[in-house]
Design a protein around this ligand. Structure first.
Ligand code: ZN
Length: 108
């Protein structure tokens, strides 16, 4: 019996932890962090972070600017994520629901 050599190939199972865009249904890699704060429920120093791809950065900024929540947008990659919004419970949601939330929190 001849050993046919090792033909087992390692399969890449470790998917790199790529942050994804926070926009609903968008799976693009995020390259921006949109930082915002809702003065009604957050302390002034608090920063919520939404991750955004190139395409949705303007959408998310506009969404927050309408509510005066937007604070800054910074390029992602610096590794400093105090509160990453990726995959968390708070998602931007649909724009139609905007304005109906008494708490001012963007709809989920
Ligand atoms: Zn996106």
């Amino acid at each position: 019996m001849l050993a046919s050599g090792s033909s087992e190939q390692p399969q890449p199972q470790d998917a790199p932890d790529v942050p994804e865009c926070s926009r609903k249904a968008c799976r693009a890699a995020a390259v921006w962090q949109v930082k915002w704060n809702n003065p009604k429920i957050h302390t002034p120093a608090r920063r919520k972070i939404w991750l955004a791809c190139d395409e949705h950065r303007p959408w998310l900024e506009h969404f927050l600017q309408q509510r005066l929540f937007w604070r800054s947008t910074e390029p992602l990659g610096a590794g400093s994520s105090e509160e990453s919004g990726a995959g968390s419970s708070e998602e931007p949601g649909d724009a139609d629901q905007a304005g109906s939330g008494p708490a001012g929190e963007p709809p989920s």
